[in-house]
Design a protein around this ligand. Sequence first.
Ligand code: DX5
Ligand code: ZN
Length: 210
Amino acid sequence: MKISASFLSSYNIAADLIRLNDTDVDYIHVDFMDGKFVKNKTLPFRQMKHIYEYTSKRLDVHLMVEKPKKWIAKFATLNTEFITVHIETEDVLSSLEQIHTYGIKAGLSLKLETPIEEVVPYLPYIDLILVMSVEPGMGGQAFQEEAIKKVKELKKLLKKYKAMIEISVDGGINQDNAKKLKDADILVSGNYITSQEDFQKQIDCLRGRL
Ligand code: DX5
Ligand code: ZN
């Protein structure tokens, strides 16, 4: 199980990124919000881009924006492994194709109410599906149990289409629900890691090592 750490709820992003860099976390999950697709806004890109000064981990970028194209080009300049756009945005296919032109893996995210079948037309164009287990827009929310069933069904659907696509789950992840998400390849976790003193211990708990 890979872990992607979100710093959305961090009070001191630089300090938390430095501490995360000393753990075996797989990716840094970068939540980016425009105040339109979701109500909240994150740091502007001109500040966000400085995260590379504090981490050598690959970035897992989650764009919660109405118009992803401009932001894809910007995040492509960083040490980025994945860029994920929401299926509920415009020109999804063209965003996915744009991500691949930079040699970056393309992800597609689904809000809680979006049925998994909607990913089918995009399967040939994606490397990752990010299943939201909270309403996007904020860290520290409670995990919605319906995501467990959704992940299981998504796994079956990907098998049916013989699609080699990673499944990631984002929002309210903790040690208990992590055990029920064995079909996922990546778990995104913010508060469960960054609200505690020992980041590595939290990551070990999510991986089921402790
Ligand atoms: C929610 C974000 C998540 C969130 C994860 O909109 O996409 O990445 O910050 O944080 P926790 O684990 O605190 O829910
Ligand atoms: Zn996220």
